[in-house]
Design a protein around this ligand. Structure first.
Ligand code: ATP
Length: 349
């Protein structure tokens, strides 16, 4: 294990920010801390870095205890690499000098070899003599990554490192950062509030809320098997419809979902992502399906987002969203049948 946080309690002015938080990161693993603003992601990273002193709990880097309650080894003694949004390179030093800056205790030839090696990894070796202001934002970010990696840190800590870049560049830099970190096999913990970014980059997503970890798993586990309403809703829009438990199924206006562990007659929430709502034209033989109308259709390129009104027995409308292939050319006001893929529905109390 490269990094272990055990039962970390952190508070500011009596307000609990991290509540007995434990987290283990393995060698080579890329872990994303994901969650809404203020849930404690950056604080967790700062505890890892030695920038915060918790009330209690321990941090271990390898087999060394670096934080033991309020006893904290300072950041510069932790052998950690940092990449933050505000990654400021030293403006008066050229790229070579910027990257060499963190290499303490290296001889001159060793420094030269290592700086050029790491600049090559981020494809910036041709710019060794350039000054930072002559580079684009993306190039500067690559240099910042090289600077962080140059001393061969045991672990990299990244705090929203791409949020200052425009969207096209961000995609490229994400890809490259991931490639470089994976090829050097350095473990990383990255903070983001962007679920797509977390899914793209992480081997493991740690979903946080209110200073605690809600769910921890591979991206597909969090997406396909969320633990509660919050986890299900965090990865994009989701429909919530009512269900009644009858004979081990949750019965809803979109059909039934097999369940276990609920009581007969219990009212539950059934959550279904728009892409798992299935629509088709209505035929004469479809009388037993709820009357459903397309109220609006928004073209999104590959998909269209449909606003549906599904009528219950009393004529009351349940508004839902469905995402379908835009080639299917939905017609507003058309009567359709809406069902769902029960294997992709989530049932919660
Ligand atoms: P964001 O996505 O907005 O950066 P976050 O999940 O990273 O949020 P933190 O920055 O860890 O959240 O903050 C967690 C809580 O701790 C917030 O309520 C914040 O206001 C509070 N907090 C953080 N740092 C301090 C501090 N130095 N003094 C007082 N309160 C703080």
């Amino acid at each position: 294990m490269v990094l272990k946080l055990e039962d970390i309690r952190l508070s500011f002015d009596g307000f609990c920010v991290l509540d007995n938080l434990s987290l283990h990161v393995k060698a080579g693993e890329f872990v994303c801390l994901l969650g809404p603003s203020g849930c404690g992601k950056t604080s967790t990273l700062r505890v890892c870095a030695g920038l915060e002193s918790p009330l209690s709990g321990r941090v271990m880097l390898g087999d060394k205890i670096v934080t033991d309650g309020t006893k904290v080894l300072p950041p510069e003694k932790r052998h950690i690499g940092f990449l933050f949004q505000d990654f400021a390179l030293f403006p008066h030093l050229n790229i070579f000098q910027n990257v060499a800056f963190g290499l303490k205790g290296y001889s001159k030839p060793e420094t030269e070899r290592r700086v050029l090696e790491v600049l090559k990894q981020v494809r910036m070796d041709k710019y060794a003599h350039a000054l930072p202001h002559t580079l684009s934002g993306g190039q500067q970010q690559r240099v910042a990554l090289a600077r962080a990696l140059a001393p061969k840190p045991g672990i990299m800590l990244l705090d929203e490192p791409f949020s200052g870049l425009d969207s096209g560049l961000r995609a490229d830099i994400r890809d490259e950062t991931l490639h470089v970190l994976k090829s050097t096999n350095v473990a990383a913990v990255m903070v983001t509030h962007d679920p797509e970014e977390a899914m793209f980059m992480a081997d493991r997503i740690v979903l946080m809320k209110g200073g605690s970890i809600i769910q921890d798993g591979a991206p597909h586990e969090l997406y396909t098997n969320p633990i509660d309403h919050f986890a299900a809703s965090f990865f994009g829009e989701i429909n919530i419809i009512k269900g009644v438990i009858k004979e081990s199924t949750a019965q809803t206006i979109l059909g039934s979902v097999p369940v276990s562990g609920f009581n007969e007659g219990e009212i539950v929430d059934v959550l279904i992502r728009p892409e798992n709502v299935i629509v088709r034209p209505r035929n004469d033989v479809d009388q037993h399906f709820h009357t459903t109308k397309i109220e609006a259709a928004r073209y999104l390129g590959r998909d269209s987002l449909l606003h549906l009104c599904v009528e219950d027995e009393t004529g009351a409308c349940t508004h839902l969203h469905a995402r379908i292939d835009s080639q299917l050319k939905p017609i507003v006001d058309q009567n359709i049948v809406a069902t769902m893929d029960p294997a992709r529905a989530f049932v919660f109390r």
